[in-house]
Design a protein around this ligand. Structure first.
Ligand SMILES: [Zn+2]
Length: 77
């Protein structure tokens, strides 16, 4: 295996990681810290799910203003 083969595999790997982490993918994993869309409070990385949806897909409820958001920090109405 030469260097260019390894680089190609790496690029494909990164591409797939980006693909599964697209904003509209509920199954993607968001490893970035999420901030409340309303009050900008940093959400805890390890959160207690407050609903079945949160347990399944992630997301959190802001402790300060009780805004519900998904795991990407997008407000859920
Ligand atoms: Zn908030």
């Amino acid at each position: 295996m030469n260097t260019s083969t390894i680089i190609t595999i790496l690029i494909i790997g990164i591409y797939f990681i980006i693909l599964i982490n697209k904003k509209d993918s509920k199954l993607g994993i968001n490893l970035k810290r999420v901030f409340c869309p309303k009050c900008n409070l940093k959400q805890p990385f390890i959160r207690k799910p407050t609903s079945v949806r949160q347990a399944l897909y992630g997301g959190s409820t802001c402790e300060k203003c009780k805004t519900e958001m998904d795991k990407y920090g997008v407000e859920i109405n």
